[in-house]
Design a protein around this ligand. Sequence first.
Ligand code: P53
Length: 479
Amino acid sequence: MNKTKSFPENFLWGGAIAANQYEGGYKEGGRGLGPVDFLPNKDEDRVHVMYNPHLAMSQTFDYYPSHKAIDGYHYFKEDIALFAEMGFKCLRLSISWPRIFPQGDEKEPNEAGLKFYDDLFDECLKYDIEPVVTLNHFDTPIYLYEKYDGWTNRSVIDFFTNYATVVFNRYKGKVKYWLTFNEINILQVLPFLGGSFDQNKFENPTQAKYQAAHHQLVASALATKIGREVDSNNMIGCMLAAGESYPNTCNPDDIWEAKMMDREGFFFIDVQVRGHYPSYSKRFFEEHNLTIHQEPEDADILKNTVDFIGFSYYSTKVVSGDEKVLSSAEKTDGNIFSSLENPYLPKSQWGWIIDPKGLRITMNTLYDRYQIPLFVVENGLGAVDKIEDNGDIIDDYRIDYLREHILAMDEAIKDGVDVLGYTTWGCIDIISAGTGQMSKRYGFIYVDVDDWGKGTFKRSKKKSFTWYKELIASNGDIM
Ligand code: P53
């Protein structure tokens, strides 16, 4: 066979899930609670509550999607067997911090929580599936929100490094690939999910967010250091919610605004890859009246830089610096990262711009800027799936989306970009982070649960299941 694609032999094909959207079992095994456990579903105004977390704490809702999620806590063996059947080389998942430290600030971990992940990782290893583990995916214990205002408080660094030390030691030899904070830049948009604090409580919310960001950057660097000390084989990465910002026109104001928009995310990765704050941050802090408190040792700590850059990619954004355009133009409603419409591109049922070539562009930008390996740890299409009378689910739209993005990734590799692997988001249908819906499905595997938690939880294979299986078997050559 004439090989036309560029994926290296050891390329890590797989899928991705996160504890807070997959596991459920929210109080089982002594687990504490996380921010997501207080969020209702879309119909009960989830987005508004995410931006106003005091509502989450003071109100009771009819239904909390995370409490049972898709019951991965009990179904994981069955699910991993299905991932193995597709030939997954890796599975990205997260450890729920409140399972290991229910409050977050305890000294001693919760053994039942540790045991759960032992079983989970053993199940992966049984099939030669490499776990890729996120330490913090929207899961900072709610007790730390209440008692410390989450990541705005420096003490949380110590609690996190204690947690990281425990799990690095416990899973030594089982887990090699780690990510510190999921979409670390989401702190700027959704601080309740990303940082377990309420920005409305602060006189200067931007100040609170950048102070929290500093704490997470220090914590990420410390975790990287500890992870390496525990096992020099560990590969430790950062994780960016990526997606290039396109200028709306060639108006230099638009070009500049797009650059500024991208820097909001690059700011984090600049620190995590280069080991120090970028030169442009000084002016940004001055102009926004921000004073970030740093300890003298922080500069040295930040020098513990990451081995690779994990990132999520769903779409690109369109940005304008022109006031006239901004006041009149249509904005896409879907993604939490706002964007103007892109007349050249289609959108998903949830209004997210679909831009496969944008993945190639984004990967080239990241690699030009940082020159360390990339890992595409989230990409996929949230869509409504229809079950045919005979039980089939013909998700050609998902196959098309993934094929186009994988082809774009192949082009990026041919452009010279070094890529470790690719994990599709929600490889089994899980709760949507943004909307709390089950009906926004990403999976190769259908789970019979609806937006109100009703259903049998039965798993079934969609058409894309076989497609992805064949794609992996041919190492990306047949799609
Ligand atoms: P959903 C939007 C909102 C919240 C988290 O998103 C997000 C995004 C998109 O950038 O980031 C990631 O479920 C996140 C996952 C999430 C996925 O996007 O709203 O890391 O937890 O599920 C998809 O469709």
